[in-house]
Design a protein around this ligand. Structure first.
Ligand code: ZN
Ligand code: ZN
Length: 474
């Protein structure tokens, strides 16, 4: 039997599960991993491992099933209960992103679970970038199972309390106002009645919808800022980028109860909108670059050449765009049908953007009022006014163009560098990566009384190349 130290004295507010285990290892730095593991297992042998996990949720990064992190936390909880110290559960947001930390925080044995939010790029405490690698040993931040083996004083567990004190004041870590603000913004947002626009085809294809954005979406801070001055100030003080947004209010004219059957309202004409968006894209490109993207490339060029100059890049983007937006939505599950699918295969990208459709209905979760027990299929759909249908459809068309342009531009950059085409992911802007293509996660919808509100970022709601910066230049 050995004495285990919980590392409670190193605990700081808002810490992640990852950090809770790291400080446990630091506190027991003289024990080897095997001894620690078997001692923890011995003490908690009466608790099945799964139950420990159930209590503690998942652990970042990459859960190592043999790791004793959950047991270390059980130990801490037990110690707190015995000593009558309030137990504070470490947290994690639950979506495994690339694991990032602030080097200054790491040196002080700290990692906040809010660092998982992809739009948070700087540490609120030290104002330095949240990064994926430890700057001192140049390795990715160690995973749970690697912590004990890592000798680095910044990211490992061979730290001494003396080092922690010398590496700067711990006081800063106790200033939690920015973390409080982020938590509150998330809490406020998740408490709102957010709507989802649906197309008539939504009953057969769940992708035919625009769900209001979530907290992980890059536009979350910008949209919150539109909803209240205090959010804007808060996010700005954290150096979070806030792209401009456009807000439209509309009247709710009609509601219809449906039972899983497709519904039809008067629809804006897809073809007319596509033609007008095509014209506006061409005009905007002429204005910014002096190039008309709809003019075909007349010579035969290989794949690389077709994206290697700005002119060819725009023309190839246009051609793929046209192929995607004009396809019948149901027939495009396979990318082989689209022009240019080779560009996706070569970088191991599984899918292409889906053909957008008209969002003619809005659905809000109004269980209290409308949900009839035993009849879960019945819901109330509000008709989206034609002006909003048109606006969202235009935005989808333009978003696909932007997305393709950023994608091909990044691919060209990687090819020019003679890199591996899979590296493309490192260069595409966050809101245009393949993960975001078919999620439509940029709009926000809310309903109050009979009025609806729709907010989308300006760079998607307005056709313009002004904010587009490319690697490929003239
Ligand atoms: Zn920091
Ligand atoms: Zn390191």
């Amino acid at each position: 039997m050995i004495n285990l130290n919980t590392g409670l004295n190193l605990r700081k507010p808002y810490e992640s599960h990852y950090n809770a285990y790291r400080r446990f290892l630091i506190a027991n730095r003289f024990q080897n991993q095997k001894t620690l593991t078997s001692e923890l297992k011995r003490r908690f042998s009466h608790i099945p491992q799964q139950q420990a996990y159930k209590f503690l949720n998942r652990i970042v990064p990459t859960p190592n099933l043999r790791s004793c992190a959950p047991l270390a936390e059980l130990l801490e909880r037990e110690v707190c209960d015995k000593a009558n110290i309030p137990y504070v559960e470490p947290k994690q947001l639950g979506r495994s992103h690339k694991f990032r930390n602030c080097p200054e925080c790491a040196r002080r044995c700290y990692h906040c679970y809010l660092y998982e939010l992809p739009w948070l790029s700087k540490c609120p405490l030290h104002k330095v970038d949240l990064i994926e690698k430890c700057p001192d040993c140049n390795q990715s931040w160690p995973k749970l199972g690697e912590l004990k083996r890592t000798r680095c004083l910044t990211c490992g567990t061979h730290l001494y309390l003396k080092n922690l004190r010398e590496s700067g004041s711990l006081e800063k870590l106790r200033d939690t106002s920015s973390f409080k603000f982020i938590e509150r913004a998330i809490h406020d947002y998740t408490g709102m009645d957010n709507g989802t626009t649906l197309s008539s085809e939504a009953a057969v294809n769940y992708l035919d919808s625009h769900s209001s954005i979530g907290i992980f979406d890059p536009y979350f801070p910008a949209i919150m800022s539109e909803l209240g001055r205090e959010y804007k100030d808060g996010f700005q003080s954290l150096d979070v980028a806030l792209p401009k947004t456009i807000m439209k209010r509309f009247e709710i004219l009609q509601k219809v109860k449906i039972k899983r059957t497709p519904f039809t309202y008067s629809n804006a004409s897809k073809l007319e909108i596509r033609i007008s968006v095509h014209e506006r894209i061409c005009q905007a490109a002429e204005l910014k670059f002096g190039i008309n993207p709809s003019k075909p490339i007349n010579r035969f060029l290989d794949l690389g050449e077709r994206i290697s100059s700005l002119e060819n890049l725009l023309k190839t983007t246009y051609k793929i765009w046209l192929s995607i937006v004009c396809e019948c939505r149901k027939s495009n599950n396979g990318k082989a049908q689209h022009y240019g699918s080779e560009y996706f295969y070569c970088a191991n990208v599984e899918n292409m953007p889906l053909t957008p459709c008209i969002m003619d209905g809005i659905y809000f979760f109004e269980y209290k009022e409308y949900k009839i027990p035993g009849n879960i299929n019945e819901m109330v759909i509000y008709a989206t006014p034609e002006s909003i249908q048109k606006w969202l459809y235009e935005s989808d068309l333009w978003k696909i163009f932007r997305t393709l342009l950023f994608y091909l531009d990044s691919l060209n950059y990687v090819l020019q560098k003679h890199g591996n085409t899979c590296e493309i992911f490192r260069y595409i802007p966050q809101d245009s990566t393949p993960y975001s293509w078919n999620r439509n996660s940029y709009a926000f919808l809310q309903l109050s009384q009979n009025e609806g509100v729709c907010i989308i970022p300006e760079n998607i709601g307005k056709i313009s190349f002004d904010d587009i910066e490319l690697y490929t230049v003239k």
